[in-house]
Design a protein around this ligand. Structure first.
Ligand SMILES: NC(=O)C1=CN([C@@H]2O[C@H](COP(=O)(O)OP(=O)(O)OC[C@H]3O[C@@H](n4cnc5c(N)ncnc54)[C@H](OP(=O)(O)O)[C@@H]3O)[C@@H](O)[C@H]2O)C=CC1
Ligand SMILES: N[C@@H](C=O)C(=O)O
Length: 257
């Protein structure tokens, strides 16, 4: 089968955080193969990123169009180093997809403070760190698109996900304000808000009581595939410059909020 890259994002340089698996991996594949973008694959597990790069190249992505970079988005120094690597290699950043994230089902009464802190570190600081390192570059070049993978849990609080929902509400408020600050520079900011998607995200929870009681992804209906989100991201990034898809709520048909 010929999987030569498409052209909707040809010559665009896109950083995708959380690209080692799940939704981020699907976004990277869609942007590289269906969009023809140069993709920078970022997360902590470099071996998984390198493996994905090899698979993308085997699927038709030109070797020069893929760059795996180790980066913990909760660390500002990692975010800065990632940006420098991308500028050295490609000279610019057109698109930032903030996808890295973690979610732990926890009941607040069970006091899992380490998991509260990690969700805030990755989901909130990760987004501000990455946005902060690309923003002045995008302003200088008067172009750019920042796309956040938030959640339907950023539109309504979900029991068992109090801290996670709070972290996604943070991104919603952050985005509304940021969008107004950067509109004059031609920069677009999109939030894609998925409902349950079939990844390993929820399985990392250690609070069995919370997960048993509230994990909606095990309710028996068909949930989204990561590729459903990948196509949505490509659609949002491919719009003409005068069009801004500011929010896209994408949910399993059987489970509207
Ligand atoms: N699955 C779902 O139902 C939904 C998911 N989302 C959101 O989608 C995003 C991706 O989730 P999903 O693909 O399901 O989850 P996965 O657990 O499958 O993937 C999470 C990704 O985030 C990366 N990551 C985690 N911590 C860090 C960090 N500190 N620095 C850099 N990368 C990190 C992981 O890579 P590594 O371990 O290599 O660092 C991995 O690539 C998250 O923001 C999540 O909130 C939103 C709605 C629904
Ligand atoms: N579906 C969402 C919360 O329940 C999410 O996984 O972000």
């Amino acid at each position: 089968m010929n999987l030569a890259p498409g052209t909707a994002l040809l010559d665009k340089v896109a950083i995708i955080t959380g690209a080692s698996e799940g939704i981020g991996e699907a976004i990277a594949r869609t942007l590289a193969i269906d969009g023809g973008a140069c993709v920078i694959l970022a997360s902590r597990q470099i071996s998984k990123l390198t493996d994905l790069a090899t698979r993308l190249i085997a699927a038709g992505c030109p070797e020069d169009n893929v760059l795996p970079v180790q980066c913990d988005v909760s660390k500002l120094e990692d975010a800065r180093a990632l940006f420098e690597k991308v500028i050295n290699r490609y000279g610019r950043v057109d698109v930032l997809v903030n996808c890295a994230g973690c979610m732990y089902y926890t009941l607040m009464k069970n006091g899992q403070t380490e998991e509260w802190a990690r969700q805030i570190d990755v989901n909130c600081h990760g987004v501000t760190n990455m946005t902060g390192v690309v923003l002045n570059h995008m302003i200088e070049h008067r172009r750019g698109h920042i796309l956040n993978i938030t959640s339907d849990a950023g539109k309504r609080g979900f029991a068992g996900l109090a801290v996670y929902s709070g972290s996604k509400f943070f991104i919603e408020g952050f985005t509304q304000a940021l969008r107004q600050e950067v509109v004059e520079y031609g920069i677009r900011v999109t939030n894609v808000q998925p409902g349950d998607v079939a990844t390993k995200l929820a399985s990392r929870s250690t609070d069995a009581e919370a997960r048993t009681k509230y994990d909606g992804s095990e309710a028996g209906h068909r949930i989204l595939d990561p590729e459903d989100v990948g196509r949505t991201v490509l659609f949002a990034l491919s719009q003409p410059l005068h069009v801004a898809l500011n929010e896209i709520l994408i949910e399993p048909q059987a489970a509207p909020i």
